[in-house]
Design a protein around this ligand. Structure first.
Ligand code: PMV
Length: 328
Protein backbone atom coordinates (compact mmCIF):
# COMPACT_ATOMS: atom_id res chain seq x y z
CA UNK A 1 0.00 0.00 0.00
CA UNK A 2 3.04 2.25 -0.46
CA UNK A 3 4.68 3.51 -3.66
CA UNK A 4 6.97 6.29 -4.84
CA UNK A 5 7.00 8.02 -8.20
CA UNK A 6 9.09 10.63 -9.91
CA UNK A 7 7.77 13.05 -12.51
CA UNK A 8 9.32 15.98 -14.34
CA UNK A 9 7.63 19.33 -14.81
CA UNK A 10 6.92 20.41 -18.36
CA UNK A 11 7.01 23.75 -20.10
CA UNK A 12 4.44 24.38 -22.81
CA UNK A 13 5.59 25.56 -26.24
CA UNK A 14 1.98 25.98 -27.31
CA UNK A 15 -0.03 26.78 -24.19
CA UNK A 16 -3.17 25.49 -22.54
CA UNK A 17 -5.26 28.42 -21.32
CA UNK A 18 -8.92 27.88 -20.50
CA UNK A 19 -11.21 24.99 -19.66
CA UNK A 20 -14.37 23.83 -21.35
CA UNK A 21 -15.25 21.60 -18.39
CA UNK A 22 -13.93 22.58 -14.94
CA UNK A 23 -14.83 19.33 -13.20
CA UNK A 24 -13.27 17.01 -15.76
CA UNK A 25 -10.50 19.54 -16.52
CA UNK A 26 -11.15 19.51 -20.23
CA UNK A 27 -9.26 22.19 -22.12
CA UNK A 28 -10.60 24.68 -24.62
CA UNK A 29 -7.55 23.98 -26.79
CA UNK A 30 -4.79 21.40 -27.22
CA UNK A 31 -1.20 22.11 -26.19
CA UNK A 32 2.39 20.95 -26.77
CA UNK A 33 5.18 20.89 -24.20
CA UNK A 34 8.66 19.69 -23.40
CA UNK A 35 9.10 17.49 -20.34
CA UNK A 36 12.03 19.03 -18.43
CA UNK A 37 14.71 16.82 -16.91
CA UNK A 38 15.90 19.45 -14.40
CA UNK A 39 12.55 20.12 -12.71
CA UNK A 40 11.59 17.02 -10.81
CA UNK A 41 9.08 16.04 -8.13
CA UNK A 42 9.32 12.83 -6.11
CA UNK A 43 6.28 11.67 -4.15
CA UNK A 44 5.64 8.76 -1.79
CA UNK A 45 2.06 7.74 -0.99
CA UNK A 46 1.01 5.23 1.64
CA UNK A 47 -2.55 4.18 2.38
CA UNK A 48 -2.78 2.93 5.96
CA UNK A 49 -4.41 3.25 9.33
CA UNK A 50 -4.05 7.01 9.46
CA UNK A 51 -6.69 9.21 11.12
CA UNK A 52 -6.61 11.72 8.28
CA UNK A 53 -4.79 12.48 5.05
CA UNK A 54 -1.45 14.14 5.74
CA UNK A 55 0.47 15.98 3.06
CA UNK A 56 4.06 17.07 3.54
CA UNK A 57 5.62 19.11 0.74
CA UNK A 58 9.29 20.06 0.91
CA UNK A 59 9.40 19.21 4.65
CA UNK A 60 6.37 21.32 5.54
CA UNK A 61 2.98 19.94 6.43
CA UNK A 62 0.26 21.53 4.29
CA UNK A 63 -2.43 23.13 6.45
CA UNK A 64 -4.30 25.12 3.80
CA UNK A 65 -4.99 24.45 0.15
CA UNK A 66 -5.16 20.70 0.66
CA UNK A 67 -8.56 20.28 -1.03
CA UNK A 68 -7.30 19.73 -4.58
CA UNK A 69 -4.87 17.04 -3.48
CA UNK A 70 -7.44 15.31 -1.26
CA UNK A 71 -10.04 15.47 -4.05
CA UNK A 72 -7.54 13.73 -6.32
CA UNK A 73 -6.86 11.03 -3.73
CA UNK A 74 -10.63 10.56 -3.30
CA UNK A 75 -10.91 9.95 -7.04
CA UNK A 76 -8.33 7.18 -6.78
CA UNK A 77 -9.99 5.78 -3.63
CA UNK A 78 -13.30 5.68 -5.51
CA UNK A 79 -11.71 3.83 -8.43
CA UNK A 80 -10.17 1.19 -6.19
CA UNK A 81 -12.60 0.95 -3.28
CA UNK A 82 -9.88 1.88 -0.80
CA UNK A 83 -11.23 3.58 2.31
CA UNK A 84 -7.98 4.20 4.17
CA UNK A 85 -6.41 7.60 4.61
CA UNK A 86 -3.01 8.38 3.18
CA UNK A 87 0.30 9.88 4.11
CA UNK A 88 1.90 11.80 1.27
CA UNK A 89 5.44 13.13 1.27
CA UNK A 90 6.62 15.10 -1.72
CA UNK A 91 9.81 16.90 -2.68
CA UNK A 92 10.51 19.16 -5.62
CA UNK A 93 13.95 20.39 -6.57
CA UNK A 94 12.67 23.80 -7.72
CA UNK A 95 10.50 26.64 -6.30
CA UNK A 96 6.80 25.74 -6.27
CA UNK A 97 3.91 28.02 -7.30
CA UNK A 98 6.07 30.55 -9.15
CA UNK A 99 4.95 29.64 -12.63
CA UNK A 100 7.42 26.77 -12.90
CA UNK A 101 4.85 24.07 -13.52
CA UNK A 102 5.09 22.52 -10.05
CA UNK A 103 1.44 21.45 -10.23
CA UNK A 104 2.27 19.50 -13.39
CA UNK A 105 5.07 17.41 -11.88
CA UNK A 106 3.26 17.30 -8.52
CA UNK A 107 -0.02 15.86 -9.78
CA UNK A 108 1.75 13.55 -12.25
CA UNK A 109 3.92 12.07 -9.47
CA UNK A 110 0.94 11.89 -7.09
CA UNK A 111 -1.23 10.12 -9.69
CA UNK A 112 1.40 7.51 -10.45
CA UNK A 113 2.41 6.94 -6.81
CA UNK A 114 -1.16 6.83 -5.46
CA UNK A 115 -2.48 4.46 -8.14
CA UNK A 116 0.52 2.16 -7.64
CA UNK A 117 0.07 2.26 -3.84
CA UNK A 118 -3.59 1.35 -4.39
CA UNK A 119 -2.54 -1.61 -6.53
CA UNK A 120 -3.87 -0.11 -9.76
CA UNK A 121 -1.76 -0.51 -12.89
CA UNK A 122 -2.76 2.01 -15.54
CA UNK A 123 -1.24 2.54 -18.99
CA UNK A 124 0.20 5.91 -19.97
CA UNK A 125 -3.01 7.13 -21.61
CA UNK A 126 -5.16 6.37 -18.56
CA UNK A 127 -2.56 7.83 -16.20
CA UNK A 128 -2.47 11.00 -18.28
CA UNK A 129 -6.27 11.34 -18.16
CA UNK A 130 -6.28 10.78 -14.42
CA UNK A 131 -3.41 13.25 -13.82
CA UNK A 132 -5.39 15.77 -15.91
CA UNK A 133 -8.12 15.73 -13.25
CA UNK A 134 -5.62 17.05 -10.69
CA UNK A 135 -4.15 19.77 -12.88
CA UNK A 136 -4.53 20.08 -16.65
CA UNK A 137 -0.83 20.46 -17.40
CA UNK A 138 -0.07 17.36 -15.27
CA UNK A 139 -1.53 15.24 -18.09
CA UNK A 140 1.59 16.16 -20.11
CA UNK A 141 4.09 15.32 -17.34
CA UNK A 142 3.17 11.64 -17.49
CA UNK A 143 4.87 11.38 -20.92
CA UNK A 144 8.50 12.11 -21.83
CA UNK A 145 10.31 14.15 -24.49
CA UNK A 146 8.08 16.48 -26.51
CA UNK A 147 4.43 15.90 -25.67
CA UNK A 148 1.04 16.78 -27.12
CA UNK A 149 -2.12 16.99 -25.01
CA UNK A 150 -5.06 16.39 -27.30
CA UNK A 151 -8.01 18.70 -26.70
CA UNK A 152 -10.45 15.88 -27.36
CA UNK A 153 -14.06 16.27 -28.46
CA UNK A 154 -16.00 14.02 -26.11
CA UNK A 155 -17.92 15.36 -23.13
CA UNK A 156 -16.70 12.57 -20.87
CA UNK A 157 -13.02 13.44 -21.49
CA UNK A 158 -12.01 9.98 -22.72
CA UNK A 159 -10.14 11.45 -25.71
CA UNK A 160 -8.39 14.27 -23.83
CA UNK A 161 -4.97 12.87 -22.92
CA UNK A 162 -1.30 13.55 -23.61
CA UNK A 163 1.26 11.43 -25.43
CA UNK A 164 4.82 11.81 -26.69
CA UNK A 165 5.36 13.27 -30.15
CA UNK A 166 9.02 12.18 -29.93
CA UNK A 167 10.96 10.80 -26.97
CA UNK A 168 13.68 12.60 -25.01
CA UNK A 169 16.52 11.32 -27.20
CA UNK A 170 15.07 12.61 -30.49
CA UNK A 171 16.29 16.20 -30.06
CA UNK A 172 18.81 16.10 -27.18
CA UNK A 173 20.34 19.48 -28.13
CA UNK A 174 17.17 21.40 -27.20
CA UNK A 175 17.53 23.46 -24.01
CA UNK A 176 15.06 25.28 -21.80
CA UNK A 177 16.93 27.69 -19.53
CA UNK A 178 14.54 28.55 -16.72
CA UNK A 179 15.25 31.83 -15.02
CA UNK A 180 14.03 32.59 -11.54
CA UNK A 181 13.35 36.27 -10.88
CA UNK A 182 11.33 35.71 -7.71
CA UNK A 183 10.48 32.70 -5.57
CA UNK A 184 7.35 34.38 -4.23
CA UNK A 185 4.03 32.64 -4.64
CA UNK A 186 1.95 34.15 -7.44
CA UNK A 187 -1.16 36.16 -6.59
CA UNK A 188 -3.52 34.65 -9.17
CA UNK A 189 -3.37 30.88 -9.69
CA UNK A 190 -3.48 29.60 -13.25
CA UNK A 191 -6.80 27.94 -12.42
CA UNK A 192 -8.42 31.22 -11.39
CA UNK A 193 -6.65 33.20 -14.10
CA UNK A 194 -7.78 31.01 -16.96
CA UNK A 195 -11.38 30.87 -15.72
CA UNK A 196 -11.47 34.65 -15.55
CA UNK A 197 -9.97 34.88 -19.06
CA UNK A 198 -12.56 32.57 -20.61
CA UNK A 199 -15.33 34.58 -18.96
CA UNK A 200 -14.18 38.13 -19.58
CA UNK A 201 -11.44 38.48 -22.20
CA UNK A 202 -12.76 40.06 -25.43
CA UNK A 203 -9.86 38.55 -27.40
CA UNK A 204 -10.19 34.96 -26.19
CA UNK A 205 -11.92 33.92 -29.44
CA UNK A 206 -8.84 35.14 -31.31
CA UNK A 207 -6.64 32.93 -29.15
CA UNK A 208 -8.79 29.88 -29.90
CA UNK A 209 -8.85 30.64 -33.63
CA UNK A 210 -5.06 30.66 -33.98
CA UNK A 211 -3.85 28.10 -31.50
CA UNK A 212 -4.28 25.03 -33.75
CA UNK A 213 -2.10 26.65 -36.36
CA UNK A 214 0.62 27.27 -33.73
CA UNK A 215 0.37 23.63 -32.68
CA UNK A 216 0.73 22.38 -36.27
CA UNK A 217 3.85 24.52 -36.76
CA UNK A 218 5.41 23.45 -33.46
CA UNK A 219 4.59 19.74 -33.94
CA UNK A 220 6.11 19.72 -37.45
CA UNK A 221 9.03 21.88 -36.28
CA UNK A 222 9.82 19.35 -33.54
CA UNK A 223 9.70 16.45 -35.99
CA UNK A 224 12.08 18.29 -38.36
CA UNK A 225 14.20 19.62 -35.47
CA UNK A 226 13.65 23.10 -36.91
CA UNK A 227 14.67 25.30 -33.98
CA UNK A 228 13.72 28.63 -35.56
CA UNK A 229 10.15 27.51 -36.28
CA UNK A 230 9.63 25.97 -32.84
CA UNK A 231 11.24 28.88 -30.97
CA UNK A 232 9.54 31.70 -32.82
CA UNK A 233 6.10 30.07 -32.82
CA UNK A 234 6.41 29.32 -29.08
CA UNK A 235 7.36 32.95 -28.41
CA UNK A 236 4.40 34.27 -30.41
CA UNK A 237 2.04 31.80 -28.74
CA UNK A 238 3.18 32.87 -25.26
CA UNK A 239 2.69 36.56 -26.04
CA UNK A 240 -0.78 35.85 -27.37
CA UNK A 241 -1.70 34.01 -24.17
CA UNK A 242 -0.38 36.86 -22.01
CA UNK A 243 -2.33 39.35 -24.15
CA UNK A 244 -5.52 37.49 -23.16
CA UNK A 245 -4.49 37.56 -19.48
CA UNK A 246 -3.74 41.28 -19.58
CA UNK A 247 -7.06 42.12 -21.24
CA UNK A 248 -9.16 40.10 -18.80
CA UNK A 249 -11.31 41.86 -16.18
CA UNK A 250 -9.79 42.52 -13.71
CA UNK A 251 -6.57 42.51 -15.69
CA UNK A 252 -3.89 39.96 -14.81
CA UNK A 253 -0.26 40.93 -15.33
CA UNK A 254 2.09 38.16 -14.25
CA UNK A 255 5.24 40.00 -15.39
CA UNK A 256 7.68 41.84 -13.14
CA UNK A 257 10.36 44.30 -14.28
CA UNK A 258 13.01 41.55 -14.74
CA UNK A 259 10.54 39.63 -16.94
CA UNK A 260 10.57 42.53 -19.40
CA UNK A 261 14.33 42.91 -19.10
CA UNK A 262 14.83 39.29 -20.16
CA UNK A 263 12.34 39.61 -23.04
CA UNK A 264 14.17 42.65 -24.43
CA UNK A 265 17.58 41.05 -24.05
CA UNK A 266 16.59 37.76 -25.68
CA UNK A 267 15.43 39.75 -28.72
CA UNK A 268 18.62 41.81 -28.74
CA UNK A 269 20.84 38.72 -28.52
CA UNK A 270 18.86 37.14 -31.34
CA UNK A 271 19.41 40.19 -33.54
CA UNK A 272 23.11 39.84 -32.83
CA UNK A 273 23.02 36.25 -34.11
CA UNK A 274 22.77 34.32 -30.82
CA UNK A 275 19.67 32.25 -31.43
CA UNK A 276 17.27 32.10 -28.48
CA UNK A 277 13.55 32.55 -27.83
CA UNK A 278 11.48 33.01 -24.69
CA UNK A 279 8.30 31.61 -23.22
CA UNK A 280 6.49 32.55 -19.97
CA UNK A 281 3.71 30.79 -18.04
CA UNK A 282 1.36 32.10 -15.38
CA UNK A 283 4.15 33.79 -13.45
CA UNK A 284 7.04 36.23 -13.83
CA UNK A 285 9.81 33.73 -14.57
CA UNK A 286 11.03 33.51 -18.16
CA UNK A 287 12.15 30.31 -19.85
CA UNK A 288 14.69 30.79 -22.61
CA UNK A 289 14.94 28.22 -25.38
CA UNK A 290 18.29 27.64 -27.07
CA UNK A 291 20.43 24.86 -28.48
CA UNK A 292 23.19 23.07 -26.58
CA UNK A 293 25.95 24.92 -28.48
CA UNK A 294 24.77 28.29 -27.08
CA UNK A 295 23.74 27.08 -23.61
CA UNK A 296 26.81 28.36 -21.73
CA UNK A 297 26.84 31.80 -23.33
CA UNK A 298 23.11 32.33 -22.84
CA UNK A 299 23.22 31.15 -19.25
CA UNK A 300 26.12 33.52 -18.53
CA UNK A 301 24.27 36.46 -20.08
CA UNK A 302 21.05 35.67 -18.22
CA UNK A 303 22.86 35.44 -14.88
CA UNK A 304 24.49 38.83 -15.53
CA UNK A 305 21.07 40.54 -15.69
CA UNK A 306 20.05 42.41 -12.54
CA UNK A 307 16.80 40.69 -11.71
CA UNK A 308 17.85 37.09 -12.35
CA UNK A 309 18.33 35.20 -9.07
CA UNK A 310 19.23 31.86 -10.62
CA UNK A 311 18.77 29.64 -13.64
CA UNK A 312 18.00 25.96 -14.11
CA UNK A 313 19.02 24.42 -17.42
CA UNK A 314 16.74 21.64 -18.68
CA UNK A 315 17.05 19.10 -21.47
CA UNK A 316 14.15 17.03 -22.80
CA UNK A 317 13.29 14.72 -19.90
CA UNK A 318 11.84 11.31 -19.16
CA UNK A 319 8.29 10.19 -18.56
CA UNK A 320 6.95 9.68 -15.02
CA UNK A 321 8.35 6.59 -13.32
CA UNK A 322 7.96 4.39 -10.26
CA UNK A 323 11.14 4.29 -8.16
CA UNK A 324 12.21 2.03 -5.29
CA UNK A 325 13.49 4.66 -2.89
CA UNK A 326 10.68 5.85 -0.63
CA UNK A 327 10.74 9.28 1.07
CA UNK A 328 9.56 7.77 4.40
O1 PMV B 1 -2.79 23.04 -15.42
P1 PMV B 1 -2.27 24.28 -14.81
O2 PMV B 1 -3.18 24.85 -13.80
O3 PMV B 1 -0.86 24.07 -14.31
O4 PMV B 1 -2.19 25.42 -15.96
C1 PMV B 1 -1.12 25.60 -16.82
C2 PMV B 1 -1.19 26.90 -17.53
C3 PMV B 1 0.08 27.36 -18.24
O5 PMV B 1 1.22 26.94 -17.54
C4 PMV B 1 0.08 28.88 -18.27
C5 PMV B 1 0.14 26.88 -19.69
C6 PMV B 1 0.51 25.44 -19.91
O6 PMV B 1 0.07 24.91 -20.94
O7 PMV B 1 1.28 24.86 -19.14
Amino acid sequence: MKATAMANANIALSKYWGKRDKKLMLPQNGSISMTCDGLCTTTTVEFGNYKEDTIIINDEELQKEKEDIIKHLDLIREMTGIKQKARIVSESNFPIAAGLASSASGFAALTLAATAAAGLKLDEKDLSMLARRGSGSASRSIAGGFVEWHRGEKDNGSDSYAESIVDKDYWPEFRMVTTIVTEAKKKVSSRAGMAQTVETCPFYEGWLKTVNDDMDKIREGIKKRDFAVVGLTAEENCLKMHATMMTTKPSIVYWFAPTMEIIQNVRLWREEGLECYFTIDAGPNVKVMCLEKDEKEINKRLLSLNGVIKTIICKPGDNAKIIDKHLF
